[in-house]
Design a protein around this ligand. Structure first.
Ligand code: HEC
Length: 144
């Protein structure tokens, strides 16, 4: 196996290049989704481009809540490790963002350290956007 790699010094062989081009053509033929796969397999698609494309889609508050909050606040925001989130229904969007990003509530409380500072920890591994936070708040409001 390593002998094979040394043989062509890490450069693509003509056979591999033909294979990549074939993938691109096949992907294009199968539609946009498949084109993305072919694109990535060929090594020309960057993670940044993929992330930008998916964050342009309106975020789903229920998915964000389930993945980042439900473990502590309960699937229905009824409370578990963290408190029930009924109070959030009366908060402005700015108040909610501030609490989730920095752990400070509208009445000036600093939340305990168990509540993550999402400005630091990120949502699903990326810095939270206002639209994502608004979507989470809107979803939490539907639970009460
Ligand atoms: C690791 C557990 C944990 C996770 C994950 C978590 N929280 Fe919390 N959260 C807490 C705890 C514990 C508190 C209470 C802290 C306190 O009162 O000092 C809290 C408090 C809050 C408060 C303040 C509630 C109030 O009554 O003032 C809000 C709002 C909140 N969390 C929203 C969220 C949202 C939205 C998410 C997901 C993006 C989330 N939390 C994820 C544990 C968590």
């Amino acid at each position: 196996m390593s002998g094979m790699n040394e043989a062509h010094g890490g450069w693509f062989t003509p056979g591999q290049i033909v294979g990549f081009v074939g993938l691109l053509v096949l992907g294009a033929a199968l539609g946009a989704g498949s084109y993305g796969v072919g694109h990535r397999l060929a090594g020309t698609g960057s993670g940044a481009v993929v992330a930008a494309a998916s964050s342009a889609v309106t975020p789903d508050g229920s998915v964000l809540y389930a993945g980042n909050c439900a473990g502590c606040h309960g699937a229905k925001a009824e409370g578990a490790v963290g408190p029930a989130l009924k109070v959030v229904g009366g908060w402005s969007a700015a108040d909610f963002r501030h609490a989730v990003l920095d752990g400070t509530t509208p009445d000036g409380r600093t939340l305990g350290v168990v509540m993550p500072r999402f400005a630091t920890t990120g949502l699903d591994g990326a810095p939270p956007t206002e639209t994502q936070l608004d979507a989470i708040q809107a979803y939490v409001k539907t639970l009460q």
